[in-house]
Design a protein around this ligand. Sequence first.
Ligand SMILES: [Zn+2]
Length: 392
Amino acid sequence: MIDKTRLKERVLELVRIDSLSRKEGAIALRLREIVEGLGGAVFMDDAGTAVGGEVGNLVVHFDGNVDGAEPMLLSAHMDTVAPGEGVVPVVDGDVIRSDGSTVLGGDDKSGIAIILEVLEAVREEDLPHGHIDVVFTICEEVGLLGAKHLDLGLVRARTGLVLDSDSIGFLITRAPAANLVEFEVHGLEAHAGICPERGISALQVAARGIAAMQLGRIDEDTTANLGLVRGGTAVNIVPNRVALTGEVRSHDEDKLERQTQAMVACLEEAAAGAALELDGRRHEARVESRIRRQYDRMDVPHDTAIVRRVHEAARNLGFAVDTVAKGGGCDANVLNQRGLQVANLASGMRDIHTVHEWLDVNDLVTAARIIHEVVRLEGSRQACLDASLKHS
Ligand SMILES: [Zn+2]
């Protein structure tokens, strides 16, 4: 049975362990200890070397005790965002908050705690189950790097669940693709007080370009944002360089491409209008654009076994789980892109990436009970099949 007290203690223990991206060494060590205690065989891949982190992804095999059941993946990420060091959880009944000076780190320690509790319960009850592969990834928060470098040779399961979303009662099967967009606007440097007419302000060119852009919510599938602006050297220098960084996300590849190119065009148009004749030489502002795919679209069909299984499990327990599309990207995007079929089950974290982050242990219990039931369904179906084969 899912044990609420044990789950609560676990989440409190985990949020106290610092684990910023690339610094997942301490939590990986503790998780290794816990899962070995539960009978898992632990592997660590080389993702840490690839991304310059302390450790790689932790892959844990729990061997099944019935034959023929589909191996199941359960995954959550170990890293948290800043400010996330020295977390002091504040407990108010079943609600756990940070003390307001850091995030809580329920993103994604809620997911880790839920997975560990399911494993505890499965073992305690000696529940018939297929192979369970647990993957605790690194560096999700800095570009899904752990999942991108995950050694799939260590993973037996090809379907399962990632636990990494706020709220509860949702199964995310669709998520957008995202482009990272980086622009460098080049103008012409000049003394701002003595000869500003000999300069082209890269800042002004960028501003014109940005003003012409459509940003924010573009349509039901698409969003766009410029999140970082860096440039200029001093108040008395006409700035010759401004760098802009942003992103475009869409559930639709064509719309993603169109919006990305529209942003490029706005800046190029603004640059084309900024030219200067100086000492017989023509100077023009120009834009360098760099577009990189951050992650691909995720679209797990609704008739996939894992989606059907989650709904069946929730129904058995009297919970409602809605299948939804969401605007965020997570490890599940990468795992689907790499050929697995993985949906993202909400794990109860709230107000994530803020110092007001909180969670309700009852939500974690709900998610754990659903997964436990998914494991039970797969195992019992196979156990029944085995028994009927033996008798025939
Ligand atoms: Zn997360």
